[in-house]
Design a binder for this molecule. Sequence first.
Ligand code: DCP
Ligand code: MG
Length: 411
Amino acid sequence: MSGARLPGAPTREDRIVLHVDMDCFYAACERRRDPDLEGEPVVVGMGYESGESHGAVATASYEAREYGVESAQAISQALDLLPRTRDDDGPVGHYRQVDMAHYETVSQEVKAVLCEVADTVRAVSIDEAYLDVTDRLGWTGAAVFARNLKAQIREEAGVPASIGVAPNMSTAKVASDYDKPDGVVVVPPDDVRSFLAPLSLEELHGIGPVTARALRSMGIETIGDLASADRGRLVDQFGERGREIHDHARGHDDREVEPVGQPKSLSNESAFTEPTDDADRIADRLVTLAEEVTTRASTREILYKTIGIKVVTPPFDVHTRARSLSGPVDDAALVETIALDLIEEFEEQAIRKLGVRVSNLAFVEEDQSSLDEWNRNCSNDQQTNEPEANARSDVASNDERERQTSVFEFT
Ligand code: DCP
Ligand code: MG
C-alpha cells in the first residue's frame, strides 16, 4: 500500500506496468459478432424495445458518443439523442441488448493473450487488467511492446484496446485513458510528474465528482496542484485516502501487480493462422491441447469433473461443449476421448481456434502457497508448454505462425 511507504523511502521506479483497458468494450463485442456494426453508432443497454421505458446505457461506441450518448445514461435520453429510426436522414443508432455471457467469453480470450505476453497479470474488471512486464523489457522497448500487444489482442480476440505504460499502476491507468480509443501512451519514470501535472483531478482513479469539488474548494484544480498541496491538509480533509491521492498525484504507487483468486478452470487454447477443416489436423491439435491441460492438472494434483472444448469458427463465433462426470477424476485418456467425441459435431466446419478445458475443479492438496505461485506466473506455464509447442510447429506448414495460450479464470 502506498500509505505504508516510509517518508523518503525509494519508490520502485524500476518497474514497467501496463494498464490495458478495452475500448467501448460491450459495443466492441457486439461488433465482433456483427461486423456490419463497424464504424456505426452502437448503443448497448436495456429497456429500448417498444413497451419498455426504463433502463440505462451500458456503453456506447465512440461514434454514438459524438451524439452525447454515454454509459449510465437513461435509455430514454439516449433514444432522444440517437433514435433507432427516424423519418428524415438524420443519424440513427444501432441498439443491442446486454449479453454478459458473450462479453465474458471475449474477456477470457483477451486475458489469455495477456497471460501469453506477461509474467504477471491482474484482471480488475471484465475489460481491464494490469500487467507487470519488468522482467521482459526495458523502457526503450516499451512502446513497441505495447503496440504489438494491442495488435495481438485485436487479432486473437477481435476487439480494440488502449494501453498505458508507466512505472506504477496508478499512472498506467491514467495513461491508458489519455488517448482512447486505440491509444498507446508510454510514460517513462522521468516523465511521470510532468505527464500528470496538467491533467484534471477526475483523471486520477479514486477522485470522483464529490472529491473533486471538495479539492477545488481548497484551491486545487489540477493533478499538479494536488501533487504540491500540503499533505497534512489533505489527510485532515480526507483521512487515509488523502494520503493515497497525494501519492498518486506525485506518481508514487507502490502497489504490486498481484493476481488474486484460485482458478475456476484450466484450459489451453491454440489458434490456426488460417481456419482449417482438416479433420486430422484438428484432432491432432485437440489431443495435444488435452495432453497439456491434463499434465498441468495432474502436476498440481487437481481433479476435474467437467471436460469441455471450445471451438471458434469464422469470423469469431465461439461454441463451447462440455460433459460432466459423476465425480472428480484425473484421467488424461478420458479427457482425450471426450474432447474427440465433442468435436465430432463440428465435422467439415472451418475452425479458427480450438480449446480444451477442465472445470469443476477439486484440489487434492489445498496448498495455497503453490496455487498463489501458480497464479502469479501465467508465463511459467507458458514455458512449460514450450517444448510441445515447438514440436508442433515442426509439423506445421512453414507459412503458419501458430499460437499457444494458457488460460486462467479467477474466482
Ligand atoms: N459498464 C456498464 N455500466 C456503466 C459503465 C460500464 O455496464 N455505467 C460496462 C460496459 C462497458 C464495460 O463495463 O463496455 C467497461 O467499462 P469501461 O468504463 O471501460 O467503458 P468502455 O470499455 O465501454 O469504454 P472505454 O473505451 O471508455 O473504456
Ligand atoms: Mg473500457
